[in-house]
Each structure stands twice: as C-alpha cells, then as structure tokens.
Ligand binder design. Structure first.
Ligand code: DQA
Length: 152
C-alpha cells in the first residue's frame, strides 16, 4: 500500500482550543481519525505527525523522500517563512499537497505568500478539517498517475 506522510507544523497541536472561529473545533486527533478512515477507503497507509520545530519537519520530509509515496503538509506559519521547507520538498521529488484549514487568502497579507506552494502539486485551503480528506484524495490520484506513468 502506498504510504503518505501527513505532516503538521507549529501550533497545530492546539487545534480545538486555538481560535476556533478561524480553525474550527476539531482537534488534531479528530483530524487524524478522519484521515485514517479516508485513507483506508482510498487504499493508502498514513503516517500522521505534528511538530513545533522547523528542523524536525525538514528531517521528516527527508525521511519521506526515502520511505513515503506522497506528502500532505500543513506547515502552519512556516508556510510563509521557510525556504528550508521548500528546499526539502523540492529534493523529495514526491507528490505534495499543501493544506490549510483557514482560507489564507482572506486573511492578513503576510499569509498570502507560501514557500510550500512552490513545491506543491496543489493547495487546499479554507475548507477546515475536510481539506485533509480532500488532500488525501488528491494525493491518491497523483500517486496512481505516477505509477501508471512508470508502467508505460
Ligand atoms: C494555517 C494557516 C497559517 O497561516 C497559520 O500560521 C497556521 C495554520 C491553517 O491551517 O490555516 O498556523 O496553516
């Protein structure tokens, strides 16, 4: 079964209590549960993680390069600042779907730019926790497309 790393960055451990009017009431545990169900239906295995540390995310993306088939990433605020994450994602050479719970384009200007997007196949934002499930659907078809290409 293809393996997808679902990586979550700073402050996402506070979901459920942090600005629920922006991020909703689901906790990260709730989101993981939804992803587990969705992944099973799509025939994917997931590895769901969260860290508050940029270097840890870089390490996990490098690990994905070796042992995963795709990455779903909500890098939190690092989305808007981290060239290191962009470089790690580019080096990973894997399908990448960027997710944000909130619609970053309806928020402050500094959230409108994403370094992650420069290395992502697609971006899903503004759809809350459901966005993670949509990201898994997208990554499933990207992975399938790649294996179809490899078979040609
Ligand atoms: C976020 C959007 C970011 O701008 C913010 O810093 C976050 C969460 C989202 O999921 O909407 O921490 O990535």
């Amino acid at each position: 079964m293809p393996i997808v790393f679902i990586l979550n960055g700073p402050n996402l451990n506070l979901l459920g209590v942090r600005d629920p009017s922006i991020y909703g009431r689901d906790t990260l545990g709730d989101i993981e549960e939804r992803c587990t169900g969705r992944a099973a239906a799509l025939g994917l295995e997931i590895d769901f993680r969260q860290t508050n540390h940029e270097g840890q995310l870089v390490d996990w993306i490098q690990e994905a390069r070796e042992s995963a088939d795709g990455i779903v990433l909500n890098a939190g605020a690092l989305t808007h600042t981290s060239v290191a994450l962009l470089d790690a994602l580019s080096a990973a050479e894997l399908p990448v779907v960027e997710v944000h719970l909130s619609n970053i384009f309806r928020r402050e200007n500094f959230r409108h730019h994403s370094y992650v997007s420069l290395a992502a196949n697609g971006v899903i934002c503004g759809l809350g926790a459901h966005g993670y499930e949509l990201a898994l659907e997208a990554i499933a078809s990207l992975i399938e497309g790649e294996s179809d290409e490899a078979a040609l």
